[in-house]
Design a protein around this ligand. Sequence first.
Ligand code: COA
Length: 156
Amino acid sequence: MEQAVFPGTFNPPTIGHLDIIERASKLVKTLYVAVGNNPKKSKQEATIEKRLEWLKLITSNLPNVQVVSFEGLLADFARINGIKVAIRSIRGALELEQETMQAKMNKAMTGLETLFIPSDLPYISSSLVREVAVNKGPIEAFVPYSLVKDILIAYS
Ligand code: COA
């Protein structure tokens, strides 16, 4: 496959996200990791600059990964950049239902297809990581090692 986009809020990126990025990067020539702003998400958000910096750091060993940000609809971002496939990760059955709805809407809007990759890791979620970080708990098992200190600072 020529190119694909892996969108997310990445607030913060976790080892679960990195697992998907590494696996997806082997399937495409160029993988865009696209940081979106989701207004429904927590107010407890690291800045977009911080999230881009974190993602660039943890993907610096993956030459075909480009970290970018986008505003507005994912389907529009993909259309404007000539990207035909979005990658989404599935952690369990409940998520599949939610993601399928989003995938169908994206397909209906601009023809953007979605490829689901099942997570290989135990359940990890960014909001739970934030909760642990806010309380200065141990986040080492959930986020890439190089980000641990900075994430603890960002959410403290
Ligand atoms: N490992 C760890 N965590 C994972 C994961 C994995 N493999 N896969 C998903 N997650 C978690 C994230 O940690 C996050 O957890 P949280 O809810 O506790 O914070 C959760 O899954 C979902 O986050 P994310 O993958 O970032 O998706 P999202 O639901 O925040 O959506 C966009 C982000 C950017 C893809 C979506 O909002 C979007 O497309 N926005 C643009 C507007 C648009 O086009 N809307 C669609 C209309 S159909």
